[in-house]
Design a protein around this ligand. Structure first.
Ligand code: NAP
Length: 457
């Protein structure tokens, strides 16, 4: 019998792992909690970055391979348990990503107006769990804490030209709210210097290319000693920042200010729970690459704060979890117990394996490494020995556990519906953002889907 693997999580890591497994001759059932595939490509990548999203074409090819099945709307820990999967598959690959965000741990962090970037991103990208969020965007100034690409995405989305935004796949509720927003001044705070920022070069450079946005960089803050000794990305970042700092100011434009060597120490507001009125920050100096507070403080008045300081994994079922690192406990992709002993038939890929780092393509090699471990284990008879591995029985069982489960054809029906809704407006798609409407769209007949596809061509 062909060995069968359940991959849990249909983001890039899950798809890259599925692809390698299919090529190696395994059958793959790809499960996702949402009825839609593609994880952060759908609900993380910024709407104004459509070219990054074209990676879904690669994943579509994977889905077309023999031995692949998709079960969207099946949640591990809710519809099915870890033990259920181990009973039916020779191997289970966890590709669940890192769902939680890091907290600053400072007073005032939970005031109204202080938000996690994760939730803002989920909201503007139409993740069903983000739909009910509300963001009061009447304020003029927002502070974004963090110097990574997510912080840049959030800052850019707040100031993106509204006509440009209207041509993207941003969720309709966010399009309405962002179009009416008053935000015209965004301050991006880095706790370390420009050479230590986690931005990648294209993302930083893009800030300088935004319509009607002046990027405000203080020349003295980006005057880095010995830039030649820096790694290539950091050196280019510093060069980009120096170029931006040398540009003449445009007083009529909306403004994005990049400020370095500053850490928030308190989110200010009236009383204990009053809305945000500002951020108290301390100036830092660098000591052996670390940010050390100088004691010199300032207040940045604002009514909106987004913390964008990285993600961390969430413990799932009773899968061994390394609390300190916020990851599934593993060795080179094999899930391990506390003593480091690999558990038979359990593997991990992507951010929940190595932490939230790298770009989408980074997950390809990461997934290949884990699949290499699976092949070694298959060779050595160390995969699981499930008592109920029959593929047809398994599909029936999943349909019982999750009656609203969506198969690949169902996703294609959703996709066709969304693309058709976007077409008259010159948008790539209009996303369905609520589970009942997604499930209803998935139930449209495949005949309707294929008719639409033919017309598209
Ligand atoms: P990230 O790249 O790890 O950046 C996190 C930032 O938060 C760093 O600047 C970090 O500073 C800062 N930080 C951490 N703790 C802090 C604290 N207590 N106070 C102040 N600042 C703090 O994380 P991310 O932006 O969430 O991105 C996650 C991954 O997704 C990255 O690999 C990123 O490149 C990728 N991504 C890529 C794109 C794209 O390619 N367009 C878009 C979005 C995300 P320190 O360095 O000092 O720790």
């Amino acid at each position: 019998m062909t060995a069968r693997i359940a991959v849990v999580g249909a983001g890039p890591a899950g798809f890259y792992a599925s692809d390698k497994l299919l090529d190696a001759g395994f059958e793959v059932d790809l499960l996702d909690a949402l009825p839609t595939p593609f994880g952060l490509v759908r609900s993380g990548v910024a709407p104004d970055h459509p070219s990054i999203k074209t990676v879904t074409r690669v994943f579509e090819k994977t889905a077309a391979k023999s031995g692949f099945r998709f079960f969207g709307g099946v949640t591990l820990g809710d519809h099915v348990s870890r033990a259920d999967l181990l009973e039916r598959y020779h191997g289970v690959v966890y590709a669940v990503g890192t769902a939680d965000d890091n907290r600053l741990g400072i007073p005032g962090e939970d005031r109204p107006g202080s938000h996690s970037a994760t939730r803002f991103v989920a909201w503007y990208n139409g993740h069903p769990e983000g739909v009910e969020e509300t963001f009061d965007l009447t304020a003029r100034r927002a502070v974004v804490v963090g110097n990574g690409n997510v912080a840049i995405d959030v800052a850019r989305m707040l100031l993106l030209d509204r006509a440009e935004l209207a041509l993207t796949d941003v969720a309709d509720h966010a399009l309405t709210a962002l179009s009416a927003a008053n935000v015209d001044d965004v301050v991006l705070l880095g706790r370390r210097g420009p050479a230590e920022a986690a931005f990648t070069n294209p993302e930083l450079r893009e800030l300088g290319e935004m319509t009607d946005v002046e990027v405000d960089v203080v020349p003295a803050e980006v005057d880095v000693p010995a830039p030649d000794t820096l790694a290539a990305t950091a050196r280019r970042n510093v060069e980009i920042l120096q170029t931006l700092a040398a540009r003449s100011a445009d007083p009529t434009a909306r403004r994005m200010s990049l400020r370095f060597l500053r850490s928030p120490v308190e989110i200010l507001g009236e009383g204990e729970n009053g809305p945000v009125t500002g951020v108290r920050v301390v100036r830092n100096r660098l000591l052996d690459g670390r940010a050390v507070p100088t004691g010199e403080e300032e207040v940045i008045p604002c009514a909106l704060v987004f913390r964008s300081i990285g993600y961390r994994g969430r413990p799932l079922c009773d899968i061994p979890f390394d609390d300190r690192r916020g990851l599934i406990r593993n060795q080179r992709g094999r899930v391990c117990d506390e003593s480091g002993r690999p558990l038979r038939g359990e593997y991990v890929v992507g951010w929940i394996k190595r932490g939230p780092s790298g770009v989408i393509g980074t997950n390809k090699k990461d997934a290949a490494d884990t699949v290499a471990r699976i092949l070694e284990d298959a060779e050595a008879d160390r995969l699981g020995e499930p008592p109920a591995p029959d593929a047809a029985d398994c599909a029936e069982w999943l349909a019982e556990c999750a009656p609203d489960a969506v198969a690949w054809d169902g996703w294609r029906a959703i996709d066709a519906h969304e693309c058709a809704a976007g077409e008259p407006h010159g948008r790539p798609r209009v996303k369905l953002v609520r589970l009942p409407e997604l499930i209803a769209a998935s139930r449209r007949t495949s005949l309707q889907t294929s008719t639409h596809r033919t017309e598209e061509r």
